[in-house]
Design a protein around this ligand. Structure first.
Ligand SMILES: [Zn+2]
Length: 386
């Protein structure tokens, strides 16, 4: 609530100050000229507000060189708080704490059992968060919010986890509410592919891109869709389920009940199974990728065929949404050009020429989702109460 009458000189100043704080929260460290451009305020007004915020200790101002010219960069100070990111994967839980200047302060990762129940996962996350806050000597009251990623669709209305073959112990669990109760902090949940999209958009391969699709190719296949700079989640929160694109009407039955979904063709367990006779039962995903890149004919064939199948589904996505860029993440992305070149060839073949995007591997690797969880709070969270 405004503390001053609306329309008054001081309420205008407060509104302008909040605009400056808002863009710093979303974008991290900025030059004053960038703050002026993003807020629409005049350089003189920005300069005055930054001076006041520096005086009150809300922002830090550091000298920097930009385009060969000396400039200063402004960012929110540690006094403004920290954010926490959690990422539950197939066999891991990763936790990161970042400040509002968008620097990661501490990070940890532990192995978890694939078949764990949600309650165990929540308890483990609680311990890791307590430990990291203790190590950083950060008070819980200074945590602005928590972002959390899960590998499954999140119901937009109930916040419950939908079907997930990847973490079956979480299905039907209102994850945000339960994690929030354990941590005593506000928690927002999103699926892992949306978080990968946010992270690559903000810190990775997709910086400066307005329309982007992030494809996560691992145990399952999901996509995060960014339309005009914002993640598109759809009416029920299930937008981007590209893994269930039908590629073979007579193919194997998928966990969704259909036949021949992309996921039944390129899920990493399916790829390993196809190499079982030739390469033995002990081959790991990493081993398959390393051999494919090193030129092993069988592994290279399996990975490049996966690239072609993903390209098929991606071509339809390009015709529908016309992303400027597709960023490929997840375990398979480590195969680089062995995966991407066949994918590009198929997209070229089946997408209308004007819709063919740049296709690249993500640059954030296995940290993409936890960084996306931080970005979820920084970029889409509620404004900081003050
Ligand atoms: Zn399916």
């Amino acid at each position: 609530m405004p503390r001053t009458p609306p329309g008054s000189q001081s309420s205008l100043r407060a509104a302008n100050r909040d605009r400056v704080l808002g863009v710093l929260r979303r974008e991290g460290s900025l030059a004053q000229a960038e703050i002026a451009r993003l807020t629409g305020l005049s350089p003189a007004t920005v300069s005055n507000i930054v001076g006041e915020l520096r005086e009150s200790g809300d922002v830090d101002v550091r000298p920097a060189v930009s385009g060969g010219r000396r400039a200063v960069r402004v960012s929110l100070s540690r006094r403004s708080g920290v954010v926490i990111g959690l990422d539950f994967g197939h066999r891991h839980l990763r936790v990161a704490i970042g400040d509002l200047a968008h620097e990661v302060l501490a990070e940890d990762v532990v192995d978890i059992d694939v078949d764990h129940q949600a309650q165990e996962g929540i308890a483990t996350a609680g311990r890791l968060v307590d430990d990291l806050l203790g190590r950083l000597a950060v008070d819980r009251a200074d945590v602005v919010g928590v972002g959390m990623g899960l590998p499954g669709p999140i119901d937009a209305v109930t916040g419950a986890v939908g079907s997930s073959a990847i973490l079956p112990g979480w299905v039907g669990v209102p994850a945000a509410a339960q994690m929030s109760e354990r941590l005593g902090l506000p928690v927002r949940v999103d699926n892992d592919a949306n978080l990968g999209a946010l992270a690559e958009l903000h810190w990775g391969a997709g910086q400066g891109v307005r329309d982007l699709a992030y494809l996560k190719a691992s145990t399952g296949v999901g996509s995060g869709l960014v339309i005009d700079g914002r993640v598109h989640r759809g009416g029920a929160g299930t937008a981007g389920e590209i893994g269930h694109t039908t590629l073979d009407e007579n193919g194997s039955v998928c966990r969704c009940g259909n036949r021949g979904c992309l996921e039944t063709i390129v899920g990493t367990s399916v790829l390993l199974e196809s190499l079982r006779t030739s390469h033995g039962p002990d081959l790991t995903v990493r081993g398959m990728i390393d051999r494919a890149v090193a030129g092993d004919a069988g592994c290279a064939r399996v990975v490049s065929d996966a690239g072609r199948a993903i390209g098929n589904a991606a071509a339809n996505l390009c015709n529908l949404l016309n992303p400027q860029m597709i960023v490929v993440g997840g375990d398979l992305a480590a195969a680089g050009e062995t995966l991407l070149e066949p994918m590009r060839q198929v997209v070229h073949r089946f997408a209308v020429p004007a819709a063919v995007p740049t296709i690249v591997a993500g640059v954030l690797g296995e940290r993409a989702e936890v960084l996306g969880a931080l970005a979820l709070v920084l970029r889409e969270g509620e404004p900081i109460p003050r």
